[in-house]
Design a binder for this molecule. Structure first.
Ligand SMILES: Cc1cc2nc3c(=O)[nH]c(=O)nc-3n(C[C@H](O)[C@H](O)[C@H](O)COP(=O)(O)OP(=O)(O)OC[C@H]3O[C@@H](n4cnc5c(N)ncnc54)[C@H](O)[C@@H]3O)c2cc1C
Length: 288
């Protein structure tokens, strides 16, 4: 392997691109489609993680690659062609303790397709993962009195963490879409927290969720919105928020975590065009 390109190994970049290892210490099936995996990871001890949507990028080394863990992620990315870079899959910390160096991740086990879902389905104590990150950007800000938290199972860990970290006296309405009434799982509650389970009951992912958000309307008090999960719901929820109700975009965190029929790589590669199309349509509606 050749040396890293000059000028691309500054400390910040190295830190961001460092990969770490974590070991499975427990596996709990929450529902038929959701498994909670606990990890031990001494490498995250002392890390500052102020947000409620902190996520890691699981790294899967392509079968045809000639390197194996331990590897330097920056060096791989600088020196190998793209198709030999580790394939990434993004997962939220449901819980993280940077004193003990432990964390939990809730994985949707959505069938045989993919890398991370199938890995999680058969994971057992002692297995290891390699990951990059953590990243993260959002937490419930103290200058809002109310929060609307919206997502499917993939965003439920971030929604749960947000509920557990609401500012004192704040209220929240959470809408979590799951397959059906048999697919509920433990979610935090508390004074002023209203949790609505939205059942797909066979409908397309995200459809019932966007309907539920629209039916609930816009809260009267100043509200911060966290809306994440399947990309297919974005168009409708954005239309409801930004076009029908002129909600200020700075009050809203909204993005697609995955897309029906696409791998994470395909979704990430097409995300910019998908978002641009939605924005163009919103502009067309606005000038009519
Ligand atoms: C910031 C962020 C945080 C995330 N946090 C979590 C989390 O905590 N838990 C979690 O489970 N997911 C989370 N996701 C979503 C997860 O990264 C994607 O679902 C990812 O595509 C799963 O990878 P995979 O290898 O299992 O499937 P892929 O190889 O990416 O996809 C294979 C097939 O499975 C389908 N698929 C992917 N995800 C789902 C799903 N949830 N339900 C049904 N079908 C699906 C795809 O459409 C595709 O057809 C997060 C995503 C982001 C961007």
């Amino acid at each position: 392997m050749s040396k890293p390109a000059p000028g691309r190994t500054g400390n910040d970049k190295v830190k961001k691109r460092r990969a770490r290892e974590a070991t499975v210490t427990d596996v709990t099936r929450l529902t038929e489609d959701l498994v909670r995996i606990s990890f031990d990871c001494p490498g995250i001890r002392g890390e500052e993680l102020p947000h409620t949507d902190h996520y890691i990028k699981l790294l899967f080394v392509p079968e045809e690659a000639d390197y194996a863990w331990p590897f330097d992620l920056g060096e791989i990315r600088d020196n190998y062609p793209r198709h030999l870079h580790p394939v990434t899959r993004t997962y939220t910390f449901r819980r993280v303790d940077t004193e003990t160096g432990t964390f939990e991740v809730d994985f949707v086990t959505h069938g045989a397709a993919g890398l991370a879902g199938p890995w999680a389905k058969q994971a057992k104590v002692g297995d290891t993962i390699i990951f990059g990150g953590p990243g993260g950007a959002w937490h419930p800000e103290a200058d809002y009195g109310h929060f609307v938290l919206v997502g499917d199972e993939s965003a439920a860990p971030a929604i749960a963490a947000a509920i557990e970290n609401l500012p004192a006296g704040a209220t929240a309405a959470a809408y979590v879409e799951v397959a059906d009434e048999n697919s509920h799982f433990e979610m935090p509650t508390g004074d002023g927290v209203e949790l609505t389970w939205v059942h797909r009951d066979g409908a397309t992912h995200g459809h019932q969720l966007s309907e539920a958000v629209r039916a609930a309307g816009i809260p009267e008090q100043r509200t911060s919105w966290f809306v994440h999960g399947v990309a297919e719901m974005l168009k409708e929820v954005r239309r409801f928020l930004f076009f029908d109700n002129e909600v200020d975009k700075k009050d809203v965190s909204i993005s697609g975590y995955w897309r029906i029929g696409m791998t994470e790589d395909q979704w990430q590669a097409s995300k910019r065009d998908f978002n641009a199309e939605i924005e163009a349509e919103e502009e067309r509606l606005a000038v009519k």
